[in-house]
Design a protein around this ligand. Structure first.
Ligand SMILES: C[S@@+](CC[C@H](N)C(=O)[O-])C[C@H]1O[C@@H](n2cnc3c(N)ncnc32)[C@H](O)[C@@H]1O
Length: 221
């Protein structure tokens, strides 16, 4: 069954401490799910793959708050260098950050996490990302995605359309905006258990952000 609602808001003292790290909203959603879901809550170690990890805020947050090992990949060496500086000696044992293209991964993971990357990809790169998910997600694993919605007020319609694509506005970066139908079609190889839009996505991190993004969670069929 597809839920249109986020998981409950976190209010406990330990959750407040965790949220002080300012993770992205997809990381908060994944954390709430993984610490409570039957398949994961008693696990001693969860193997997480963070594709397009950027400065590693979400990887660090998940590693601090869950019993897990994380591989964070980004094809920007500058981003990886910054991300590595935020790891202390304890986290270095459980968080590996590498400059790497997501399509080159081959190992299998319990969790694949993709925050704010999918809408930046060209059509062929989106297909490669989906292939990576199919290849690298364990049969009982779970996939988390956040990506821009067509209702995004900050960027949608603000630059010239990509030829033939009504929801793509390539400015400095290729930006595509998704409808629910598009995401359900792109990820039809998953049983999607949550798909909902979040207003003010990431506004808690950067008040200048004014985005509406989708949050999607699913497992391989
Ligand atoms: C908007 S940032 C998102 C960073 C982080 N996940 C977050 O939510 O804040 C997108 C990141 O994806 C990385 N990226 C783009 N294409 C990639 C690829 N093919 N393989 C790995 N990383 C990629 C970029 O370098 C960038 O750091």
């Amino acid at each position: 069954m597809v839920s249109n609602q986020p998981l409950r808001n976190s209010t406990s003292e330990s959750d407040k401490k965790a949220l002080a790290d300012k993770p992205g909203q997809l990381a908060i959603f994944a954390y709430n799910y993984l610490k409570e879901s039957q398949g994961f809550r008693n696990r001693k170690d969860i193997f997480i793959l963070d594709l397009g990890c950027g400065y590693g805020l979400d990887a660090v947050f998940l590693a601090r708050n869950l019993p897990c090992h994380i591989l964070g990949l980004d094809n920007s060496q500058a981003a990886i260098d910054i991300a590595r500086r935020s790891l202390g000696s304890e986290l270095e044992k459980r968080v590996e950050l590498l400059c790497y293209d997501f399509s080159d991964v081959s190992d299998k993971y319990d969790v694949i996490f993709v925050s704010n990357l999918y809408h930046l990809l060209k059509t062929d790169e989106m297909a490669k990302l989906r292939e990576t998910v199919k290849r690298c997600l364990k049969s009982d694993g779970v996939f988390f995605l956040s990506t821009f919605s067509v209702r995004d007020p900050q960027y949608f319609g603000k630059s010239g359309n990509l030829s033939g694509e009504t929801s793509s506005f390539p400015d400095e970066k290729c930006l595509h905006f998704f409808t629910r139908d598009e995401l359900e079609k792109d990820f039809e190889f998953l049983n999607i258990s949550a798909l909902y839009e979040l207003d003010n996505y990431q506004a808690h991190i950067n008040p200048g952000f004014n985005h509406i993004s989708w949050v999607l969670m699913g497992r391989l069929k």
